[in-house]
Design a protein around this ligand. Sequence first.
Ligand SMILES: [Zn+2]
Length: 420
Amino acid sequence: MLAKEHNSVTKYAVNILDKWKQEIIAPEVNNLINEYCTYPDSYFDVNNGGHKKASRYYFETDGIQFHYIPDTQIIDKYRYWNVNDGKLFAGGESENLNWKHAKNGFTYYLSRAVEFIKKNKLKDALAYTGCLLHMLQDSCFGLHSLEGPYGTDLFVLDRLFEYGDDISELPSNILVQEMPESAVICPEYVPLLLGNTIEEAVFMLYSRYVECCLKSRKISFKIVLNHYERKSNKDLYTEMFHGIVELSADVINTILHIAHDKKEHLSNVLLSELEPIDRPWGLGFYRFVTLLKNKALNYEKKLVPLKLIVKNSEMKFKKGMSFGSHSEFKFIYDLPENTYEKFTCYIGIQTEFLNEGNVRIKFINNGNIVFDEIFNKENPSSKVLINNPKKYFEIIGSSPENTRLKTVITLGNPQFIHLE
Ligand SMILES: [Zn+2]
């Protein structure tokens, strides 16, 4: 993203904050908008003063600057399988480096920003804030949104489209163009509070960052297609701009909130809206759909409501998720501590698939097995209640003998209830 664009994203993010929050940062806000939010780029300015100024606020994990963080590795999750004892098992394991770097960087910058506001050192607080905003703005806008969460490399579109001899028609060149001035409009948005603690804010920010990046990635594809069809991209740029202004506003809002100990009752969080750090890709009957939010697929592969048999009658769920079951699957969420009182959901085999095999499902909370049941025609679903969910929260499925490929697992209303 161009420096000028970082400046205008940050300016609009500040504009949509509550007035009392704008007043707190007022003495340094121009520096935040014009300078601090470009520090991760200034770090490379070794010939002038930029490097020296920005170095104080530099952060890295494993030698990689918190700026363009590694992609989520997903290839191991769908490509490599093996057979042992007559059962299929996943061949590869890989750490989610995207989450590792995001968690470290988010924690570092949010903590520093809050700490320096508490010490009345607004300049440092906003310099740390600016670095975090910069990383999010780069990652979730245009060309770089092709990288990161489940990402590829930024040349992927160049390999997919024909652009002839005109190098300005190369998708990567289209996507680094300055966005049209007319697309820069302030969104109507009430910034979110991502958490009452740093840990909770880091966790919720990760889901927001992934959501925003994936949305911009889709928009980037459309911008290239539109450009080739000589259609206006103004509205698409506005949509992408709003996404990153809103995310930036959420971050500043949350920092100021935590720094001023303004605890707020946050609503319960749906598991299906959260970003797992490990999840399956491509399973059984769902094939490449991998996971559906708030819907399931029936035999004809049409979308239907989430449905489970609960106490002999069918129950439908507006919220939740479903996925096809293979010989094994695993979801892992890296939960903050001291945040949730309990987790509840209904889980079982989606009604249409009750005659199609069985599945064993375990929930593991912070290393302890807290739920372990086999689902089949006789036991189609269960209500789950897990107290004090924290740290690694895992949902693991496996085949008791042979899970047939047409089994579909549904989670109805899966939610984390906040501590009072
Ligand atoms: Zn940058």
